[in-house]
Design a binder for this molecule. Structure first.
Ligand SMILES: CC(C)(COP(=O)(O)OP(=O)(O)OC[C@H]1O[C@@H](n2cnc3c(N)ncnc32)[C@H](O)[C@@H]1OP(=O)(O)O)[C@@H](O)C(=O)NCCC(=O)NCCS
Length: 299
């Protein structure tokens, strides 16, 4: 029996990112529910052009409920999967419990099937919300270990600011032609999420190693421990070259993707996180080696 949907007083809309009022309603929804501001995306090349939002709007133009699908090809175990991602799933408190989210989830999954996506992935802190639709968790691991001796660098790294027009152009060019940072698990492009994630977490630093033609996303904690979050390049440099370019000496290192291209060996550790990565469409597939999607791919 079909479950009840109560959408009294609401209007269903789809594909509203081109409408400034629709986009602004989503920015407000995500600010109100998650405390995340995706407004700066407007100045970072805009939302992912493949985005397909589904939502219920109230009479004042406010979004009561939203979920957005977008193309998110990713690599798992050496194979590129033609996948979609689901993100920005939220219902305003006063509209919850009426079946709006179930309705939007079904609509978004139907759309993904019609588009021919072979899989759908998402992050959630509520896995049980998605299990009824066949989503399964993918275990995630970071790597930790000792730092290699930094190699000598030809030129110091340049800090990049995605809000600077020249830096943004350089970043976008490199994001377009990047190689997967790991063939065990990584996204293939996903430029919009990389760019907005640099703005959401102010501790993320983005540096350009000109001699390597590589962008490095990294962090350093108060104790001086280095975290490597992502590398955007067509040839992934070694960790020694990255540390040399950044002129960083750190005893311990965490790498937030499988580091098989870094000429470095670390020990996998289960990722401590409040969210779970889930997939639908690939059966029971899991990475052949401990792995995770870079935090710069978070969506
Ligand atoms: C989670 C959320 C989207 C549910 O919205 P909603 O409009 O109340 O959901 P619906 O009425 O459509 O219910 C859909 C189903 O989800 C279930 N559900 C609702 N809240 C849930 C929760 N917190 N955890 C697990 N399942 C939940 C309902 O029981 C219902 O199950 P059914 O289909 O078997 O009847 C909403 O509470 C919300 O926006 N929360 C904050 C943001 C969030 O958590 N977003 C999703 C994370 S990815």
């Amino acid at each position: 029996m079909a479950k009840r949907l109560d959408s009294t007083g609401l209007t269903f809309r789809q594909d509203y990112f081109g409408d400034p009022a629709g986009w602004a309603a989503l920015v407000r929804l995500l600010q109100d529910i998650f405390g995340i501001d995706i407004g700066p995306l407007k100045h970072l090349g805009g939302p992912d052009p493949t985005s397909m939002p589904f939502g219920w709007f109230d009479a004042t133009g406010e979004l009561a409920a939203n979920i957005s699908a977008f193309a998110l090809p990713f690599v798992i175990n050496g194979r590129v999967v033609h996948a979609a991602g689901l993100q920005s799933g939220a219902v305003r408190p006063q509209w919850r419990g009426r079946g709006l989210y179930r309705d939007l989830t079904v609509k978004a999954l139907d759309w993904c099937e019609q588009q021919g996506f072979e899989a759908v992935i998402l992050y959630t802190d509520k896995p049980s919300l998605y299990e009824p639709y066949g989503f399964r968790s993918i275990p995630l691991h970071r790597y930790e270990g000792a730092a290699p001796a930094p190699s000598t660098s030809a030129a110091p790294a340049l800090p990049l600011s995605p809000t600077n027009a020249d830096d943004l152009a350089l970043l976008q060019a490199l994001l377009k032609t990047r190689s997967p940072v790991s063939t065990t698990l990584s996204v293939t492009t996903n430029a919009a999420m990389f760019l907005i994630n640099t703005q959401i977490d102010p501790e993320i630093r983005v540096s350009f190693l000109e001699d390597q033609q590589a962008v490095i996303a990294w962090k350093m904690d108060a104790a001086g421990r280095f975290s490597l979050l992502d590398v955007v390049a067509s040839d992934i440099p070694s960790l020694a070259a990255i540390l040399g370019g950044l002129d960083i000496a750190s005893a311990g290192i965490d790498v937030f993707f499988r580091p098989e291209k870094l000429d470095w060996v670390g020990t996998p550790q289960p990722l401590e996180s409040t969210t779970t990565l889930m997939q639908r469409g690939l059966g029971d597939v899991t990475p052949h080696f401990p792995a995770m999607l870079s935090p710069l791919a978070d969506f």
